[in-house]
Design a protein around this ligand. Structure first.
Ligand code: IMP
Length: 193
């Protein structure tokens, strides 16, 4: 069976292909002839994830899933959340986003937060959602150079290093995205045994 992953992010495609096994062939947006930027306008992570998958299913008639992620900080009422990529503005700079987040947390003691990913699957007209999370704390300064986004200031619970101080392999064992993908893969594999 062919299943579209509504992304052109090669890293995400590789990650999913590596764990989904041989039964399902994963194709990217480009591979189904979709070269447009998918809208993300619902205001929530779950909503945007569904919006992207639904667009592909309805316009290209192919079974499909999409992901959307963000960082939710308790003492900022869940911000940056759905706006994680553009927290400091439309330039989508990870560096600027971290700067704004640390500024907004100045003097705030509660640094509890979580990364969350929601995957929405459109399969033969039925809709399924899978959520993965990793909880942790926002540090006061950056540590590490691996990963991307907010990784250098996020220390997962149970660890004494940030996501940016982990190898990709280590991060993929505990990350929100990996956990959501694992749930998706388990579901798909159970359907197509
Ligand atoms: P996306 O939906 O996966 O594109 O994620 C949206 C934004 O959330 C990214 O641009 C990052 O700012 C942040 N983000 C998502 N996942 C991660 C992660 O694994 N590490 C650090 N930041 C992340």
């Amino acid at each position: 069976m062919e299943l579209c992953f509504a992304t052109n992010n090669q890293h995400k495609l590789d990650e999913v292909r590596a764990i989904i096994g041989g039964k399902i062939s994963i194709v990217s947006l480009k591979e189904i002839g979709c070269n447009e930027e998918l809208a993300e306008t619902t205001g929530t992570i779950a909503g945007n994830s569904r919006q992207k998958a639904e667009f592909v299913f309805k316009n290209y008639g192919i079974n499909c899933f999409a992901d959307d992620s963000g960082l939710e900080v308790d003492s900022l009422n869940g911000a940056p959340g759905v706006d994680s990529a553009i927290y400091a503005g439309p330039q989508r700079s990870h560096y600027d986003n971290i700067k704004v987040l640390l500024k907004n947390l100045e003097g705030i003691f509660n640094r509890n937060s979580r990364f969350v990913t929601v995957i929405t699957l459109f399969l033969n007209g039925e809709v399924f959602q899978f959520e993965g999370e990793v909880t942790g704390k926002i540090l006061y300064e950056k540590k590490g150079t691996e990963g991307f986004g907010y990784d250098p200031i996020f220390m997962p619970d149970g660890f004494s290093k940030t996501l940016a101080q982990m190898s990709m392999e280590e991060k993929n064992k505990i990350s929100h995205r990996a956990r959501a993908i694992e749930k998706l893969v388990k579901f798909i594999n159970s359907k197509f045994e």
